[in-house]
Design a protein around this ligand. Structure first.
Ligand SMILES: Nc1nc2c(c(=O)[nH]1)N[C@H]1C(S)=C(S)[C@@H](COP(=O)(O)O)O[C@H]1N2
Ligand SMILES: [Mo]
Length: 511
């Protein structure tokens, strides 16, 4: 007799389910909207002829999607068992099978709209689980001879017991992980629902002023969409806060402690502004910057209500996930649009950008000002606090540095020689940009045209054309602020308070 005949497909099945479980759990943890299986289901619907889909909906009503998903799971279970059976004869068959299945998952995720890179992480985790679990479960009988000598009977019985124990343990873990994933995912679904139902009367749709656009293809859109807006946070599990459960406490060096709920903010007079947010970790030429239309309540008004005591010079902000930052009090009480933002680009904040409430302070890097999921503001003094990043070698004070970037052409591009169109963005929030210049191969600085955004708190698009002979060239950009500061070419690292240096691209002009 042989343990192998049934043990191989069972191993394939158990490994397959374990992979689904880990990928589901990771999807819930990372708040990926579609798990790979759901993405496959959506793709099946998209690819099916409309009449078939309609028929399915008619026959099954609200059960059409669950039935489809169960169908996919059944097909998967058969495929998992087949992979296990094939692996008995040819070990690499298993790998080919897993790659094929993961490939279908990748393709299904890729065809969905606006897929963030994290959407692929569950697939990677699931794939690794498949390979590792099958290896683990089949290890004990992989090298056993198929026929068993009398002395082998005892060993085979022992190995069978071991196998059953191992396979059941993995199966139980998979079920447990799936249950845990459901619990983690439920919070997210509830909050997504609450977010979808919100109506914010004071929030208006963004309207990009004509003068803010330079009109050169390839330059970053002046308004950054939700999908293209960079994301930085230390939280692995995104905080999921229902608006009616949200509270903010303003306390510390104040005359009256203030506690606010979400409705208090909605009922308050809202301020709206275009503000470009950037990350101190953005390298020269990098993408950790975005511009959006923010709607919220001015912090100056709330702090005035609390009555700040004269010795205070800082506000320690705390997020629901425990992240903290220290912000200069002056930046929250002067005339800039420092706000508790409720909406981004005319809609309630996306969960990953801080729903239901985050802080936005024009002119300061995000790590000292832009607390997502903010729940606590302690008015205090810098000499009494240490915030998350300042405890790790980053600066205490971090106003945004004057900087500029080339978007067109990109490094490595081939362009026709002659007058070459160049363009990009420049920024110096709170100060403003008065000019941008480019230089070819270290030659003279040539002024280019700049757009006229409605405020100094946003980036500024620029464009121009520069003559280029055939051959390889180096293009540089530098900006000048409205305060007369000329952007320095001295290269400094992002730590502790932001990179400096000119963005450079290398291109070839073809004659
Ligand atoms: N709760 C929380 N808020 C946070 C952070 C964080 O890690 N946790 N990161 C900050 C940093 S470093 C930046 S640059 C901005 C990024 O905001 P975004 O992800 O909406 O682009 O959020 C800030 N707010
Ligand atoms: Mo950042």
């Amino acid at each position: 007799m042989s343990t192998h005949r049934w043990a191989w497909p069972v191993s394939g099945l158990v490994a397959g389910l374990a992979g689904l479980a880990t990928s589901y759990f990771v999807a819930a943890l990372l708040a990926v909207r579609d798990t790979p299986v759901v993405a496959v289901a959506e793709t099946v619907i998209q690819l099916s002829p409309g009449t078939l889909v309609e028929w399915g909906i008619q026959q099954l009503g609200v059960w059409d999607k669950p039935v489809l998903i169960v169908g996919i799971l059944v097909v998967l279970a058969l495929a998992f068992a087949a992979i296990g059976a094939l692996a008995a004869r040819w070990r690499w068959a298993a790998l080919v099978g897993w790659v094929l299945l993961a490939g279908i998952g990748v393709a299904a995720v890729a065809v969905q709209d606006a897929v963030p890179p994290v959407a692929y992480v569950p697939l990677v985790v699931g794939f690794i689980t498949w390979v590792a679990t099958l290896e683990l479960l089949t290890r004990r009988f992989r090298d056993e001879p198929a026929t068993t000598a009398p002395t082998g009977e005892v060993a085979a019985a022992g190995s069978r017991r071991g196998f059953v124990l191992g396979a059941s343990t993995v199966a139980v873990l998979a079920v447990g992980l799936t249950g845990l994933g459901r619990v983690v995912g439920r919070g997210r679904r509830n909050v997504e629902e609450a977010r979808a139902l919100l109506r914010l009367p004071g929030v208006s749709e963004p309207r990009v002023p004509h003068a803010a656009r330079i009109g050169l293809a390839g330059v970053s859109p002046w308004q950054t969409s939700e999908e293209d807006f960079y994301l930085i946070h230390t939280a692995i599990t995104l905080p999921t806060i229902e608006p009616d459960k949200w509270r903010l406490r303003i306390h510390g060096l104040v005359e009256n402690e203030v506690v606010l709920n979400y409705q208090d903010l909605v009922d308050h007079r809202l301020t709206e502004a275009w503000v470009t947010l950037n990350c101190v970790s953005n390298p020269v030429g990098g993408n950790l910057i975005g511009n959006a239309w923010w709607s919220g309540v001015r912090l100056a008004e709330l702090l005035e209500r609390a009555g700040v005591l004269p010795e205070a010079d800082a506000v320690l902000q705390t997020s629901e996930d425990g992240w903290t930052c220290g912000t200069p009090l002056a930046a929250l009480t002067d005339d800039r649009d420092a706000m508790l933002a409720l909406a981004m680009n005319g809609r309630p904040l996306p969960i990953e950008h801080g729903f239901p409430v985050r802080t936005i302070v024009p002119g300061l890097y995000g790590f000292v000002s832009a607390t997502k999921w903010v729940v606590d503001l302690e008015v205090t003094r810098f000499d009494r606090i240490e915030a998350y990043w300042t405890g790790k070698g980053w600066a205490e004070q971090a106003p945004v540095r004057l900087a500029s970037r080339i978007d067109v052409p990109r490094s490595g591009d081939d362009v026709p020689a002659g007058a070459v169109r160049v363009g990009g963005v420049a920024w110096a929030q709170q100060v403003g940009i008065s000019g941008v210049e480019v230089s070819v191969d270290g030659g003279a600085w040539l002024p280019v045209e700049i757009a006229s955004p409605p405020t100094d708190d946003t980036w500024v698009q620029w464009a121009g054309s520069v003559p280029m002979e055939p051959g390889a060239h180096v293009l540089r950009v530098r900006a000048t602020s409205k305060a007369g500061e000329v952007q320095t070419g001295v290269e400094r690292d992002v730590v502790p308070d932001g990179a400096t240096g000119w963005h450079t691209v290398e291109i070839t002009a073809e004659g």
